[in-house]
Design a protein around this ligand. Structure first.
Ligand SMILES: NC(=O)c1ccc[n+]([C@@H]2O[C@H](COP(=O)([O-])OP(=O)(O)OC[C@H]3O[C@@H](n4cnc5c(N)ncnc54)[C@H](OP(=O)(O)O)[C@@H]3O)[C@@H](O)[C@H]2O)c1
Length: 376
């Protein structure tokens, strides 16, 4: 994987990664992929995977070129090409048929069907294949964290977001939390919702805040699936989540002990109910994530919007992959006011989870802290 790429190669790979980003929110459970085709220093064509079930990036880029120009061209890809027949034919076939002689790839595809196989097929057919390493490879991998975690673990990638005061509180001692963050910060959350497969909350938040968990941005069409962790199926039938269930998918995660009548009432109202098992809350979180990842249309990425109790169970299960925390210029105080992540937590600082990366951004008067806990 440690091959030297020229500055020009790196630029085209960066462009391929940038093109792949156009598919964000629309291609899941497939990865985002961008493709650039170049020959003799001239850009012949570009493409990206636009929508799940539709043509892959390689085919779109090839289609954007004059077929007579392709022989001997270089194809830059943000992810290694597929070599299996799925809803689309294998991209390796299209690359070979086009006569492309060099393929430069930014990142690997860890799924069982790929994992270097496509690159092997191309090499066997005499194509010069190069794979990036270092920063470029990492940048490409970071674009597909949901796809990668799902491919490697069968579970969705989890992004936990919370809004807190300067003293780290997410609600007052009375449970009031609306609104801690600025309107611009909340708009960012709507953007993140539009980029993931699902948005999840615990029943405590569903009852306290009666949220919709929908994307409400001008021009937004795609809605994420909404998930409530609710062991006893207590979600009120007149909540906004249930009332909108016929239009925007709602999944309620219950335990085996949930009253049958309550489960049936939720199903009649249009909710999908998943029953999970496990001796404790973190184990039930893991089971829920595995079941969501195994659905016919799997959930590969999830925005966890709290509250503190459910976030604690996710953290104790080791399932929070990234945190985005808005810190607002407020002080709430109070010993009983809630922290963002409860659960058991670490018993010693040496056991605390250290972020692998941390960035800060100013959003109106709030500070947004983004911390990745692991990379897939
Ligand atoms: N500032 C913010 O960003 C923010 C965000 C969200 C919420 N909040 C505030 O937080 C408060 C609500 O939070 P909360 O901690 O009380 O409730 P919560 O975390 O939303 O929900 C907790 C409940 O989820 C249920 N649950 C189901 N399966 C679970 C599992 N596997 N692990 C853990 N819990 C599971 C449990 O109830 P059952 O056993 O009955 O299922 C549990 O009591 C409200 O005041 C809300 O306004 C603030």
């Amino acid at each position: 994987m440690d091959e030297q790429l020229s500055t020009v190669d790196q630029e085209y790979l960066r462009r391929a990664i940038e093109l792949g980003r156009n598919g964000l929110g629309d291609v899941s459970p497939n990865p985002q992929v961008g493709a650039v085709i170049v020959k003799g220093g001239e850009l012949l064509g570009e493409g990206w995977h636009q929508r799940y079930g539709e043509a892959h990036a390689e085919l779109n880029a090839i289609a954007a070129c004059d077929p007579d120009d392709l022989r001997g061209a270089t194809l830059y890809l943000s992810l290694e090409p597929c070599c299996h027949q799925g809803q689309q034919p294998p991209c390796t076939d299209a690359i070979l048929a086009a006569g492309i002689s060099r393929v430069v790839v930014a990142s690997d595809d860890p799924s069982d069907k790929a994992n270097g196989r496509g690159l092997g097929i191309l090499r066997d057919e005499g194509v010069d294949v190069q794979v990036a390493a270092g920063d470029l490879a990492e940048a490409a991998r970071l674009e597909n964290q949901g796809f990668r975690k799902h491919a490697r673990s069968g579970k969705p990638w989890v992004l936990f977001k919370s809004a807190m005061s300067l003293d780290g509180k997410v609600a007052t001692r009375e449970g009031d939390s609306q609104w801690i963050s600025d309107a611009s910060s909340r708009e960012k959350v709507h953007q993140w919702r539009s980029e993931v497969d699902a948005v999840a909350v615990g029943i405590g938040t569903a009852i306290a805040d009666d949220p919709q968990l929908t994307v409400r941005l001008p021009g937004s069409q795609r809605q994420p699936r909404r998930i409530v962790f609710d062991s006893e199926a207590r979600l009120p039938l007149d909540s906004q989540l249930v009332e909108q269930a016929p239009e925007v998918e709602l999944i309620v995660i219950v335990s085996r002990a949930a009253p049958r009548s309550a489960v049936e009432a939720l199903e009649t109202a249009g909710a999908h109910v998943l029953s999970v098992s496990g001796e404790n809350e973190p184990l039930r979180v893991s089971d829920a994530l595995a079941q969501l990842g195994a659905l016919d249309r799997p959930v590969t990425s999830m925005l966890l919007e709290g509250g503190p109790h459910l976030a604690g169970a996710f953290f104790d299960a080791g399932e929070i992959d990234e945190l985005r925390l808005f810190v607002a210029p407020l002080v709430i105080g109070g010993a009983s006011a809630r922290d963002p992540i409860e659960g058991m937590g670490a018993s010693a600082i040496a056991e605390a989870t250290r972020a692998v990366s941390l960035t800060t951004e100013l959003v109106a008067d709030d500070v947004l802290l983004s911390a990745r806990l692991r990379e897939w």
